[in-house]
Design a protein around this ligand. Structure first.
Ligand SMILES: [Zn+2]
Length: 264
């Protein structure tokens, strides 16, 4: 601001010295001086700048901007819904590190019952298995997944003395059509009812990943998943699951499962 004031003061002096010559003739009335380009107001820089301002989040005067400012044009009320006693019991069971999560912003067709985040699963022997970046999912899915993780999932992967350190996951809740294909039916991800699993990291640094030719996920894991979840998709299913296993709890006839994968 100080710089602007100095520039404007300088212009006033120039204007004052020019006035007598302009006022000498009634045919040449004094005109307002043209605003030098250098002091144009910011809005003159066009639409792009205006959008930048519109997307800037409100903040208290004198308070520094956060490092990553959320692009929220309007503040939205954050609601962390209560959950059923069954879900609450799961969250406080001591068998997981999980907590209730805020309801995601409403989007047409999407929604999630009892949103939770799951960051770790505690095995019966007390060893912790981290769940990396699972995002928000339905409590029912988190519960089913955690049960599977300490059961068959661990039994199949923890062979030869290997211990799972982290389960690496991908999308969970995400409001989008199936396989991100425009016009397709809403994905179970849009209900927080699906989870993508990339693989695991073992203590000591080794890993097993879906689609990794050197360290693949064993096919037995897909077979086990198909007994537990309504849908299981993997490599060779439809071209959209070459590097992860999709599991969900889609509503199907009792005992019905839709499972597609083909190991290379
Ligand atoms: Zn998926």
């Amino acid at each position: 601001m100080r710089g602007s004031r100095i520039v404007i003061a300088g212009i006033f002096i120039l204007e004052a010295t020019a006035l007598p010559a302009q006022a000498a003739s009634p045919l040449n009335p004094p005109l307002p001086p043209a605003r030098p380009a250098g002091i144009d107001p910011p809005k003159a820089q066009g639409k792009y700048h205006a959008e930048d301002q519109a997307s800037e989040p409100a903040r208290e005067p004198g308070k520094a901007l956060p490092k990553e400012a959320a692009p929220a044009p309007e503040p939205q009320e954050v609601v962390t819904p209560s959950v059923s006693s069954a879900c609450s019991g799961f969250l406080t069971s001591g068998q997981v590190e999980a907590k209730r999560a805020p309801t995601p912003p409403p989007r047409p067709g999407c929604g999630i019952d009892e949103p939770v985040t799951l960051s770790a699963i505690i095995r019966p022997d007390g060893r912790k298995i981290s769940v990396a970046a699972s995002g928000v999912m339905r409590c029912a899915l988190a519960k089913e997944f955690a049960t599977w993780a300490v059961g068959d999932f661990s039994a199949i992967l923890e062979t030869g003395g290997r211990k799972i350190d982290t389960i690496v996951t991908g999308s969970s809740y995400q409001c989008r059509p199936r396989n991100r294909v425009a016009g397709a039916k809403l994905s179970e991800h849009g209900k927080g009812n699906a989870l993508d699993i990339r693989g695991v990291k073992f203590s000591g640094g080794a890993h097993a990943l879906v689609g990794d030719k050197a360290s693949p996920i064993p096919e037995a894991l897909f077979t086990s998943a198909c007994k537990t979840f309504a849908t299981v998709l993997g490599p060779g299913s439809d071209g959209y699951h070459e590097d992860h296993m999709h599991i969900d709890l889609a509503a199907r006839r009792p005992g019905s499962h839709y499972c597609r994968w083909r190991m290379p």
